[in-house]
Design a protein around this ligand. Structure first.
Ligand code: GUN
Length: 293
């Protein structure tokens, strides 16, 4: 059996098209364009690329972007001071502080400084706390996890009662996606570096989310036949046959796993594009909420 390919690029394009239409409608009704502020502290090359892509995507959707950069030497007070300025700026509906922050900054305090209604990344401790609690709803859900849930929705898989395994327990992806899967009534196992029998545990999964950041770690014989496999990894591996000298691979060994899984996201073109699409959707929702809708 060869897996169905879950086309994140096409799904993200549909979401972005809908966002652009929503923005056009808001503007036609005399409302201001929604605005997203990005805060990049330091010069991490991957973070620079991600923030640039987010700003470009905003432009394409009609969302105004306000890009702020601070040096890696910025103090806690400077970063929090900028967040507070953005909280007070009515043109800014959403605030995104790119993570990770440089060493020495207290990430939790920075995230806590973001106005809850502008927390389009969903990382404010209150939003994350609500995600973890029964009967409560976060105002915003982190973008990669909500993109994963959206993609799972396109496969038609029934999450209720499904065995879901999440590989990785990061604050950005692993833990929040596990919480969302619990909210969808899946039975969720979170695997990490101390898990004793990783292949055996992963093999139980009807739904597997791999978010560990280890190139091609999940092999074909780790996967239950017919499982839905979501690969969040974006890892560079050296490849001298390519001009750039490297290629991007996921946390899943795609060539092996696609022969076993029922459906699989490719890398690139799977989860990655969904993160940005969900950020744009959250920003428009924030703008509408702040306009009293
Ligand atoms: N770093 C990696 N992914 C993300 C994300 O979705 N949001 C932020 N703020 N930082 C990230």
């Amino acid at each position: 059996m060869t897996a169905n390919i879950i086309d994140g690029k096409a799904t993200a394009a549909q979401v972005r098209q809908k966002v652009a239409e929503d923005v056009a409608e808001m503007v036609a009704a005399g409302k201001p364009n929604p605005g997203l502020a990005t805060v990049l502290v330091g010069e991490d090359p991957a973070s620079q690329v991600y923030v640039r892509s987010k700003i470009r995507a905003c432009e394409q959707a009609g969302i105004e972007s306000f890009g702020h950069k601070l040096p890696a030497t910025a103090s806690q007070g400077e970063v929090e001071g900028l967040v507070k300025e953005l909280n007070a700026d009515p043109r800014v509906n959403g605030i995104l502080v790119q993570l990770p922050l440089p060493d020495g900054l207290d990430e939790e305090r920075v995230l806590q400084a973001i106005n809850l209604e502008k927390d389009v990344d969903g990382f404010h401790p209150v939003n994350i706390g609500r995600l973890a609690q029964k009967g409560r709803e976060s105002l915003f859900v982190p973008c990669t996890p909500s993109g994963i849930m959206y993609l799972l929705g396109t496969t038609g898989i029934k999450l209720e009662g499904a065995e879901a395994v999440v590989l990785g327990r990061s604050n950005i992806v692993g833990m929040p996606v596990a919480l969302l899967l619990v909210k969808s009534n899946a039975t969720v196992t979170i695997c990490h570096s101390r898990t004793k029998d990783l292949p055996g545990t992963v093999r139980q999964a009807d739904v597997l989310v791999a978010a560990v950041g280890r190139a091609e770690m999940v092999r074909g014989d780790w996967v239950k036949p017919g499982a839905v496999v979501i690969d969040v990894g974006i890892n560079r591996v050296e490849d001298p046959t390519i001009e750039k000298g490297y290629r991007l691979v996921g946390d899943v060994c795609y060539d092996e796993v696609k022969e076993v899984a029922g459906a699989i996201t490719p890398v690139p073109g799977g989860v990655g594009p969904m993160t940005i699409a969900m950020l744009l959707a959250n920003t428009v929702r924030a703008a509408k909420h702040q306009q009293g809708e």
